[in-house]
Design a binder for this molecule. Structure first.
Ligand code: SAM
Length: 202
């Protein structure tokens, strides 16, 4: 958007996007506050709280701000870093992992998240997630082997409504990419660090 050619509605849009970016920065800072307040010394900066590159993840956020999701499902929360962002975006968040949330972000940071603990590849776990479907956005960041990503996509993408989005993390991880390259219509975020790809559901 050329600055000189902004219309009044463009200005409003630009302001809203700036506000969203401000909130994004605040949530990101909040993760560090949670991280630094538990008195545990850590040497691996960032790892274990959110396994994302901040600017690359923001590029995904821009799509989601436009989507205005009401319900989000994620597969793979690790320490809940990504979960905090879904919660800032949507009133209902469902976060699935084979094990309970790790790490030090306090439980009360997740008022509108339902955690589902189970192996995503098991039918009984899918049944639990089905109860809350359809979802507007699904983020797949669980089992990173080729067959694992394929299975997560094939089992859970049918739970996403038409017009919704499926997001994948770690496109640059070879086993993940081996499967994702087979999908038509994939968009990879231009920042291209871990590699975040999205697919709009038709
Ligand atoms: C890379 S981490 C998720 C990182 C998190 N999304 C973030 O960006 O901070 C992958 C997570 O997937 C979970 N996972 C691996 N295999 C799984 C499976 N079959 N079912 C459910 N969760 C699984 C792991 O326990 C781990 O917490």
């Amino acid at each position: 958007m050329e600055h000189g050619s902004l219309t009044a509605s463009d200005h409003i849009l630009a302001t809203e996007v700036k506000m969203e970016r401000y909130i994004y920065d605040c949530v990101w800072d909040r993760i560090w506050i949670a991280r630094n307040n538990d008195g545990v010394e850590r040497t691996n900066e960032g790892r274990g709280f959110i396994q994302q590159d901040k600017e690359e993840f923001w590029q995904l956020m821009e799509y989601l701000i436009e989507l205005k999701p009401q319900k989000i499902l994620e597969i793979g929360n690790a320490c809940g870093g990504t979960t905090l962002f879904w919660q800032a975006l949507a009133p209902e968040v469902y976060s699935l992992d084979i094990k309970p949330l790790e790490g030090h972000i306090p439980g009360n940071y997740f008022p509108n998240v339902t955690f589902i603990v189970g192996d995503a590849h098991k039918q009984e776990t899918l049944e639990e997630a089905k109860v809350f479907a359809p979802y507007d956005f699904l983020f797949i960041d669980g089992d990173h082997c080729t067959e694992g990503v394929k299975q997560d996509y094939e089992m859970y993408s049918p739970l996403v409504r038409s017009g919704g989005i499926v997001g994948f993390h770690d496109y640059n991880h070879d086993p993940v990419r081996t499967f994702l390259k087979k999908l038509d219509g994939l968009t990879v975020m231009p920042m291209d660090r871990f590699g975040i790809a999205i697919l709009k559901v038709s």
